[in-house]
Write a protein that binds this ligand. Structure first.
Ligand code: URA
Length: 218
């Protein structure tokens, strides 16, 4: 496994906005969009390239490069949707799939309730999830991709913040890549990352302090 921890003054500045509990929904969305784009472009820059020859309007036979492979963006519902606008912006040709995973409140084990994704054998899968906490959801997502025939070296996990525990969990997949802006100190007993930024899905969807209906069919 390779972990790319992107740390610049700009990513730290964006993390400060995201971590601050005084940040409102609008600024949270703006900062998460910008940070997502930094991380996704970092992931894209690790992909294989192909040399091409092009003509510019003023000169012919210019040797240049392009990204060789297909990219499939796979947000984990619901919080992973936070990264999707940035992904589309960064690589507008990318295909999109969705995966829904929920934790069984009795066994505490994650289970799959929805999975719809294009299967592109040699494509690169960018799993989108803003917080890699215990790693249970991420682990199951990677397992499902591998079951579908995707090579682990073609899987990127893009996360704004990771916990040490989550990174350790994913290290069982030898060849995957993680791209993140921070590996935070620890998890609390409710599975929140410390210092973290709270519930990323709630802050992005503006569903804090409101009643929410949640239903998964029969
Ligand atoms: N999911 C979140 O949104 N935040 C955490 O800290 C952990 C999991």
């Amino acid at each position: 496994m390779i972990v790319y921890e992107v740390k610049t003054n700009f990513t730290e500045h964006l993390l400060t906005i995201l971590r601050d509990k005084a940040t409102d929904t609008e600024d949270f969305r703006k900062a998460s969009l910008k940070l997502s784009e930094v991380l996704i472009t970092e992931g894209i820059s690790k992909l294989p390239i192909k040399k091409v020859t092009i003509d510019t309007p003023v000169e012919n036979n210019i040797t240049s490069i392009t990204i060789q492979k297909e990219i499939i963006f796979l947000p984990i519902l619901r919080a992973g949707l936070l990264l999707l606008p940035a992904a589309i912006n960064a690589y507008s040709k990318g295909r999109i799939g969705f995966i829904g995973i929920k934790r069984n409140e009795e066994t505490l084990k994650p289970y799959l309730y929805y999975f719809k994704s294009p299967i592109v054998r040699n494509g690169f899968y960018f799993i989108l999830d803003p917080m890699l906490a215990t790693g249970g959801t991420a682990y199951l997502t990677i397992e499902k991709l591998i079951e579908a025939g995707i090579k682990s070296e073609n899987i990127f996990f893009i996360s704004l913040i990771c916990s040490q525990e989550g990174v350790k969990m994913l290290s069982q997949f030898k060849n995957i890549k993680i791209v993140t802006a921070s590996i935070d100190r620890e998890l609390n007993n409710k599975g929140y990352i410390l210092p973290g930024l709270g519930d990323a899905g709630d802050r992005f969807c503006s569903t804090e302090n409101v009643e929410v209906i949640e239903s998964y069919g029969n």
